[in-house]
Design a binder for this molecule. Structure first.
Ligand SMILES: Cc1cc2nc3c(=O)[nH]c(=O)nc-3n(C[C@H](O)[C@H](O)[C@H](O)COP(=O)(O)OP(=O)(O)OC[C@H]3O[C@@H](n4cnc5c(N)ncnc54)[C@H](O)[C@@H]3O)c2cc1C
Length: 400
């Protein structure tokens, strides 16, 4: 019997486990899939600049809170495990190819300014000076102008995940691999036990007992929450990524064009992403999309002699209807908590989610009001951060 049992070994589950174990609790993590098969491993690792803490939306406050924590977590993780998650403020460029893109950048600029974020308008000439690899695209009219966000950061997700795992183990967390939750036994408004099957164990299940439980199973959380009588939608939204190895790095900053981006790595690799696809739980890559991503890299950077496609992969983002994650106590189950539905920002918001949820699970008052994230809320559609809004943007981009 542990104090806490976390369902899910992605960035959200591991971050919560690390935080709880750091507060002296005994913690077990149930992880069905290998790290590589999680959205967390698949992520690009872009952290847009954190908005001013007093910024209007609850999501923005969670991001700002998490952003600060990431800086201290990166140092702690390096000191504890020796793993550098490569968190760094490289800055980001947001570029426009055409007049529609320019109009979007104008809107984005006023939105960033209203959130107190540093954001400078760059002409094509300015762009070519800041990032010489963009010069040809500017001169040939493929890129018009852009915004420079000096506070944009990047992190390397596989390293961060591995550092979290090691830190968890050093704090005494038991991570149970290949353990799939099949059923949840609820009696008198409490979880009594969780039935799991281990891979290779056939139909046999074993029951796990804990004082408190947290559901952090990414895109699969909705189905598991239903076992608690809780309706939360965590719709899987596929994102594909291509990783190129270049003879030498050509970019210094993250480059964003609409929904697509280029993320330079210090070792010369260039990550090219991504898509917003409604493909159910299918996380296969598709050759056409990978070709399209590579074409995007060439559109921005030109021919890239010597570049090799090293790997490609896809992950399933857990999307929520109103664009806000579900963080809090499950309404009808006194020892159950939820942390799921972080969609495109789960890596960024993981530290804040972990600290706030650990506060709640240990009876402390969280530093942020968690009401907007309540798992029992009725999410309203229409938010620009929602799954629907992003699917519409993706459809518009592929049509135009
Ligand atoms: C292509 C792509 C790019 C992204 N880029 C960024 C980015 O730049 N910045 C950013 O902040 N975010 C980004 N994201 C989003 C981010 O990756 C996700 O929001 C985040 O990883 C979600 O983490 P999670 O732990 O909730 O889910 P996951 O990482 O998917 O983990 C879910 C866990 O639950 C386990 N599980 C599921 N069902 C069961 C079960 N029945 N029993 C036991 N365990 C179970 C799985 O095995 C897994 O361990 C990106 C995502 C993708 C796909």
């Amino acid at each position: 019997m542990t104090d806490c049992c976390i369902i899910g070994g992605g960035i959200i589950g591991l971050s919560i486990a690390r935080e709880l174990a750091g507060r002296g609790l005994s913690v077990r993590v149930l992880a069905r899939d290998a790290s590589r098969d999680t959205a967390s491993w698949a992520a690009a690792g872009i952290f847009p600049p954190a908005p001013d803490f007093a910024a209007a939306s609850a999501n923005d406050r969670l991001t700002a809170y998490s952003d600060r924590l990431h800086r201290s977590w990166a140092e702690e993780l390096r000191a504890e495990t020796g793993i550098d998650n490569e968190l760094g403020q490289c800055g980001g460029l947001h570029l426009a190819r055409d007049d529609r893109g320019v109009a979007r950048l104008r809107e984005a600029q006023s939105s960033w300014h209203s959130k107190g974020t540093r954001c400078d308008w760059l002409t094509g000439t300015d762009l070519a000076i800041r990032e010489p690899a963009l010069r040809a695209a500017v001169e040939q009219g493929r890129l018009q102008c852009g915004l420079l966000l000096p506070d944009e950061m990047r992190i390397r997700p596989p390293q961060h995940l591995e550092a979290l795992k090691q830190s968890c183990r050093m704090r005494g967390v038991e991570i149970v691999p290949a353990a799939e939750v099949r059923a949840i036994d609820v009696a008198d408004g409490r979880i009594e036990g969780i039935r799991i099957a281990r891979s290779g164990g056939g139909l046999a299940t074993e029951t796990i007992h804990s004082d408190r439980y947290c559901l952090a199973a990414g895109a699969w959380s909705g189905d598991l929450a239903a076992l608690l009588g809780l309706h939360i939608e965590t719709r899987p939204i596929r994102g594909q990524i291509a990783l190129l190895r270049l003879p030498e790095q050509v970019l210094t900053r993250v480059v964003n064009v609409g929904l697509e981006y280029l993320v330079p790595r210090d070792d010369g690799r260039l990550l090219v992403g991504s898509t917003i696809e409604d493909a159910g739980f299918d996380k296969a890559t598709t050759p056409l999309v990978i070709e399209r991503l590579i074409a995007f890299a060439h559109h921005v950077l030109g021919p890239l002699p010597g570049a090799v496609l090293e790997q490609s992969w896809a992950g399933l983002r857990p999307g929520s209807v109103d664009g806000r994650p579900f963080i809090g106590a499950a309404p009808a189950c006194s020892n159950a908590f939820v942390a799921a539905g972080h969609f495109r920002a789960g890596l960024h918001q993981s530290t804040g989610t972990a600290v706030l949820l650990a506060d709640l699970m240990t009876g402390r008052t969280p530093a942020l009001d968690l009401a907007p994230f309540a798992p029992g809320r009725r999410p309203e559609a229409g938010s620009p951060d929602s799954v629907q809004a992003y699917l519409a943007r993706a459809a518009e981009a592929s049509a135009g």
